[in-house]
Design a binder for this molecule. Structure first.
Ligand code: SF4
Length: 472
């Protein structure tokens, strides 16, 4: 399908300790986190002795049929939905990643990107480690196996060697461990359901199982849930966090809390700020680009006093695997996914609010479609600044050459997308809408100021020369 998302989510992780039926809780939790990764899914459950694992390519509902869960006996487990930010999309890279040490089995699920993976992997290979995958999650597991001491000490040592972003959940023979990188780039929260402790990328995964949100795992913190309850050790931590601002703009679900704050309210505040900064003279209505533009558009409408109209309707049944029957109908593809409502748009000057422009091709198709149904003017308002730099911490934006704001001025982007006007939210405006001070966030895709240095050799597939036979 030509309308593949130009910015893709990264991964969703979930863990639970002390539950009667962990597999069902993990399954439901992952269902709520499906937006964070659709390429593979996996669940590992244990009773402390035996480990049951299943993973596969595709959506959770493709990988797990109902009967699959019946055999998952135990009281603890972890789960993962994946989009391949490091390592190709193939079954061997699906997570949770399992590793055996003598008679003990560990499993690990990771959200983020380890940017010094190549150097660390070469070091481990020189010591005799043999890697099965090209995903950085395996590296974390191998590093841990090479450390000595108590689990906490080993993990603190591992965290000191890693560079990049990681939120992890780990199944050990004794319990579940969760941890975040020193900047807390990716989210991870802790919840409680009765006596069970739950870890999840976003709070929407707690809501679905009726677990209560306790708090976030702090940057650099390692939290362990086992038969002694919940305990925590502080690993490496930076003076200021660098939480991904894009979680609030686009990635996280609007009904989630990430980094301790509700996403819905922030998205609306971004739209309100856009209305204050970038009014559209003479416009008649505000129309969201569903679904991610909905909440910013609501804020824009409230800030501008313009009526809010659902001028574009989303078809929820178009999956990512939809293939257009022939190139001749390529332009119809966008209307299969988002169809404009003629009677709302005809002869109107329309403010279209969207969360971002990456390559610009999708925005152009949408503007054209609005015109085809009679919109008189289209004014694009973007609820964040121009994306000019790639993300190395777990979000798969286009590379720099493909980011339209990197190679075009705003006026040129406006012409390219065939809008009558185009305005981005300023960096200051974006931070004004955030619930925490600017120095708590990573905003490198807007500013190019990366909190963690990127090694020259780091690429998404930097370890793939090792892999010969793709299996998925
Ligand atoms: S570069 Fe952008 S998308 Fe990546 S972590 Fe930083 S803010 Fe998030």
């Amino acid at each position: 399908m030509h309308d593949l998302p130009s910015k893709r989510e990264e991964c969703g992780i979930f863990g639970v300790y002390g539950a009667d039926d962990p597999a069902t809780l993990i399954y439901l939790g992952l269902y709520s986190l499906q937006h964070r990764g659709q390429e593979s899914a996996g669940i590992v459950v244990s009773d402390g002795t035996k480990v049951v694992s299943h993973k596969g390519m595709g959506l959770l509902s493709d990988v797990f049929k109902h009967q699959d869960l019946a055999g998952f006996k135990g009281y603890m487990g972890i789960g993962h939905v994946r989009y391949s930010t490091t390592g190709s999309s193939m079954l061997r890279n699906a997570q949770p990643f399992l590793v055996e040490q003598i008679d003990r089995i560990f499993a690990l699920g990771h959200n983020g990107n380890i940017v010094n993976i190549e150097r660390l992997r070469r070091k481990l290979e020189a010591k005799g480690s043999i890697f099965q995958t090209s995903a950085d999650s395996e590296l974390i597991a191998h590093l841990m196996l090479h450390k000595k001491g108590k689990l906490e000490e080993r993990l603190v040592n591992v965290f000191e060697e890693l560079r990049g972003s990681w939120s992890i959940v780990m199944l050990t023979p004794d319990g579940i461990v969760a941890g975040r990188d020193p900047y807390g780039i990716r989210p991870l929260c802790i919840g409680r359901k009765g006596d069970a402790i739950v870890f999840a990328s976003e709070t929407c995964a707690l809501d679905i199982i009726e677990a209560e949100y306790i708090r976030d795992v702090q940057p650099g913190e390692i939290v362990i849930a086992d038969k002694n309850g919940l305990r925590s050790v502080q690993g490496p931590r930076k003076p200021n966090p660098a939480m991904c601002v894009f979680e609030f703009i686009y990635f996280a679900r609007p009904d989630s809390k990430v980094f301790g704050h509700g996403v819905y309210g922030v998205r609306k505040a971004l739209g309100l700020q856009a209305a204050l900064e970038n009014p559209a003279e003479g416009a008649d209505i505000v129309v969201p680009m569903p679904a991610s533009g909905n909440y910013a558009a609501l804020g824009y409408a409230q800030g501008s006093g313009l009526p809010y109209e659902y001028g574009v309707i989303r078809n929820h049944y178009i999956g990512r695997t939809f293939i257009l029957p022939s190139p001749a109908v390529r332009n119809l593809g966008v209307r299969l996914k988002l169809n404009p409502v003629r009677e709302i748009l005809k002869d109107k000057s329309v403010v279209v609010v969207d969360d971002s422009i990456v390559r610009g091709t999708t925005s152009r198709l949408r503007t054209r479609t609005l015109r085809q149904v009679g919109a008189r003017e289209t004014h694009m308002r973007i609820s964040c600044p121009p994306i000019r730099y790639p993300c190395y911490y777990g979000i798969d934006f286009a590379n720099r050459g493909e980011l339209i704001a990197c190679t075009h001025t705003t006026d040129q982007v406006r012409d390219f997308i065939e809008a009558d006007s185009l305005k981005y939210l300023s960096l200051d405006g974006m931070f004004r809408a955030m619930p925490l001070p600017a120095n708590h966030f990573c905003a490198a895709c807007f500013t190019g100021k990366y909190p963690v240095r990127i090694s020259d050799e780091f690429t998404k597939t930097c370890l793939e020369p090792h892999l010969i036979v793709p299996d998925g």
